[in-house]
Design a protein around this ligand. Sequence first.
Ligand code: ADP
Length: 497
Amino acid sequence: MESVLPGLVQEAQSTGTLRGLPTGNFIDGAWQVPVGGAMMETFDPGTGLAFARFAAGNADDVDVAVRSASAALCGRWHSMSPAERGRTLHRVADLIRTNAARLAVVETLDSGKRLVEALGDVAGAANCFDYYAGACDKHQGETIPLGPDYLAYTLHEPVGVTAHIIPWNYPLSTAARGIAPALAAGCTVVAKPAEQTPLTALMLADLCLQAGLPPGVCNVVTGTGREAGAALVRHPGIHHISFTGSVTTGVDVMQSAAPNITRLVLELGGKSPIVVLQDCDLDNAVDNVLGAIFENAGQICSAGSRLVVARAIHEQLVERVVARAQALTLGHGLRNPGIGPVSSVAHLHKIAGYVERARLRGVRVRTGGNIRRDPDTGQGWFFEPTVLDDLSPMDEAVQEEIFGPVLGVQVFDDLDEAVALANGTPFGLVAGVFTRDFSTAHRLAQRIDAGQVFINEYFAGGISVPFGGNKRSGFGREKGLEALRSYSRTKSVAARL
Ligand code: ADP
């Protein structure tokens, strides 16, 4: 992989794109021109320039894909043993690793993220397929003791055709995290990547076919959310929807699912607190705060976007975070800067608007706050790493998800206040706790209203740890064996002997 990476980076840097990028939908094991013939452009956030064209799919493409996935449910996929399904998914993982350099460079061009982060996402996608590959033949039911005259047991059946609506911040990771457990459970897939980042999901579907998945088991239709996405989630042939995106769109998706009683998992926004106690390891806390909010330019549902800090260390911690934020270099993701661009010009202005309004309210902007260009090229959509200090609990920058490199700081005097601040938003996705006192850490983990709590390492965990939110962050869980269960339906069989 190392040997092809420099060549691909060089090609991308010198031509602004790569040869051989996918352009069609991937349906029934083949590249297909969209029924309506319409195409769209995807942009490199590091330059702000279009670098590829892809299919603008519509309801007709979605219908073809759902029919293909429905037909594939009963074919060779259905008759494969779980162990064989597992071997196929292991081959997908191997192929992701073989193609890691290309996937990562495409991901960087499409999403803007730094190449090292893209390489990490690709490695994570391969691990995800390995994890669920290994789970295929261990996903067993149970027997229920009804006494000597009865035999009762449960079966895990695949839920059927699953729809995956994928966001633009982690295009390949989110695709893998939904598709792998769905396939492991024996389901088939129709995925709709975000219109900003359509390419790596298409490449993944192609790798699935190469690994031996029968045609039609994994399909990808690209296009806008309004056309392709909406058509997919309201399609009566869909049995399960996995949606990752904004709260507003999540509400629409839930409404579209209702008439067909389609089951769904919603992974929506977050405004996750990092609660830092006075007795923490300060160096570790600083490192983690930086990663929690500035990785992927803050465009992470589970970003640690609120620093909830003990008054005694507030000034010291913020000073150190500010100094480190100021040292982050901005640049095109392929050059592995300290921080990359944000995904679109519209999103850039949305982030800037939050900071501008904060300034007008008199909030202290400790660092950052400005739109920038790549200093090497004068291009691209960048926002400075930003710290807003000493926010009040109901401040807009506390209550709303900014989804950019903007950290809001809140100060507490005692643990009850820390919990109240941590829980004081409409969201409940994840939280971080930093302290050397393990009893306090675990007590806080119980009291914080979030789907996942990280202690002394933000983002600790991995594919085996369930992930999902409370409150307006959604419901249902991705990752871990919980995801496998959510793509299965339980059938109970009870027999009188
Ligand atoms: P953002 O506003 O940041 O783009 P969205 O939640 O709208 O985030 O987008 C997440 C995903 O949802 C994307 O793949 C997008 O195309 C898709 N999407 C947008 N609107 C709808 C919709 N009405 N129905 C289904 N999918 C949609």
